[in-house]
Design a protein around this ligand. Structure first.
Ligand code: FES
Ligand SMILES: [Fe+2]
Length: 438
């Protein structure tokens, strides 16, 4: 691996292409990023009842998160402590125990080892079951969003989210909160995990170009972007948080990608809810509630608020990811509206969605061009708007005018480099430090 200061240069504006291809970089990411960060697992609405569980991955580690009898959550590795087999082969469900198919060890929904076949005869009753539970993982929920981390020294989840939590509250704090509609769709893309994370955190630039045909079909307020013909930089902004999270917002655009009657119904819902939301989150964040967002929670959880797609990009080696896609809705929306929004999400960002296909092809090609030895010696450039960022009273993080910008993308790579350096959590940048230095 090249020295870190060569991998990301000029405050996140330049990336060495090896970071999208080399296995040694990927393995270092697994150690310094995926084994340390809070990673999105699932949502409260997916596992509401005692015994409900979801199987997912953190990096490439297979994990189970399960609702306990007292309503709390536990997460543990999906790997038997006897010889390592998976103890659960379904992606989700409800159970009282996980029984390993190899020799029949059985684990409770809290991961503890309950029963061992032939315990008396073959183990002479000497096996210490309390020491052989499934390996526990720290788990926490932020207003229904459930995350896990392998790192005991990681800060509490809310601190990890930093200033992003304040923005997320714009829609997490609506009466009833949000829910994810599952089971999620799964697909594979042959790209590096950072390509989609960087796209969702801050690539407003590609919308008018890569999605030109789709915009023509969708119409609505984004249609003028088609072919990158027209752009008003007062139409939105970008936010970058020192913790690596970030997003772009387009004002008054929440239902832009819900063409036809669903868009009308969604806009009506937002209009009707806005006064109550304003009461709860204040005027500034009501504006975010009515905006369309493209966002990434560092490192690999992305969503489009307004287009209602919610995704995790699960790394599967340096050149491959598994994409998990849910639909995000407000819990109190009428069922017909939820169904329409879900159908729209399938149309746009489902596995075969018209926008997903445009993006997926670009992500794969951005990764695969680096297969070439000589190509891989070069760099790529994210300098748009650099030097024009600012801090703004009342808005956490770094702010840029215009949602066509690369401020939040640079922020993601700054954090990537910071974490790859192996610094302790105490020495990593935070929103609070940024505000204190203002
Ligand atoms: S590997 Fe699970 S019981 Fe033996
Ligand atoms: Fe896109």
């Amino acid at each position: 691996m090249k020295p870190l200061d060569q991998l990301v240069q000029q405050e996140g504006a330049i990336q060495d292409r090896s970071i999208y291809w080399d296995n040694d970089v990927y393995q270092a990411e697994m150690e310094h990023i995926f084994a340390r960060c809070w990673l999105f697992l699932t949502h409260d609405s997916i596992i509401p009842e005692k015994g409900d569980y979801q199987v997912t991955t953190m990096g490439e580690d297979n994990v189970i998160v399960a609702r306990q009898a007292d309503g709390s959550l536990k997460a543990f590795l999906n790997s038997c402590t006897h010889r390592g087999n998976f103890v659960c082969f379904s992606e989700a469900g409800n159970t009282r125990s996980f029984v390993c198919p190899y020799h029949g060890w059985s684990f409770g929904i809290d991961g503890s080892l309950q029963d061992v076949p032939l315990e008396k005869q073959a183990y002479h009753q000497e096996i210490d079951k309390t020491a052989l539970g499934l390996r526990q993982i720290r788990v926490a929920s932020y207003k229904g969003l459930i995350f896990g981390t392998f790192d005991e020294s990681a800060p509490p989840l809310e601190k990890y989210l930093g200033g992003m939590a304040w923005y997320l509250d714009s829609f997490l704090d609506v009466p009833g909160g949000i829910e994810l509609i599952g089971p999620p769709m799964k697909s594979t893309l042959e790209c590096n995990w950072k390509n989609p994370s960087e796209n969702f955190i801050g690539d407003g630039y590609h919308v008018g170009w890569a999605h030109a045909s789709a915009l023509e079909i969708a119409g609505g307020s984004l249609a003028s972007m088609k072919g990158l013909n027209e752009y008003d930089k007062n139409s939105g902004l970008q936010i970058s948080l020192p913790e690596g999270h970030g997003f772009g917002a387009i004002w008054e655009c929440v239902a832009a990608l819900h063409p036809g009657p669903p868009g009308v119904a969604y806009q009506q819902w937002v209009d009707q809810r806005s006064p109550a939301v304003k009461e709860i989150v204040g005027e500034q964040r009501e504006k975010f509630y009515r905006a369309h967002w493209n966002a990434t929670i560092f490192p690999n959880c992305s969503f489009l608020y307004g287009t209602n797609t919610f995704k995790v990009w699960q790394p599967r080696g340096p050149h491959s990811i598994e994409v998990t896609t849910w639909t995000m809705v407000e819990k109190e929306m009428p069922k017909e509206l939820k169904d329409m929004i879900h159908a729209d999400n399938m149309l746009t960002f489902g596995t075969a969605g018209i926008l997903e296909s445009d993006d997926g092809e670009n992500f794969e090609n951005c990764t695969n061009s680096n297969r070439g030895h000589s190509t891989r010696q070069g760099t790529v450039y994210l300098g748009m708007g650099q030097g024009h960022e600012r801090q703004e009273a009342g808005l956490p993080g770094i702010v840029s005018d215009g949602w066509v910008n690369e401020t939040s993308t640079r922020g993601m790579y700054r954090r990537w480099a910071e974490m790859m350096s192996g610094k302790s959590w105490d020495n990593l940048s935070t929103t609070a430090d940024l505000e204190n230095n203002q």
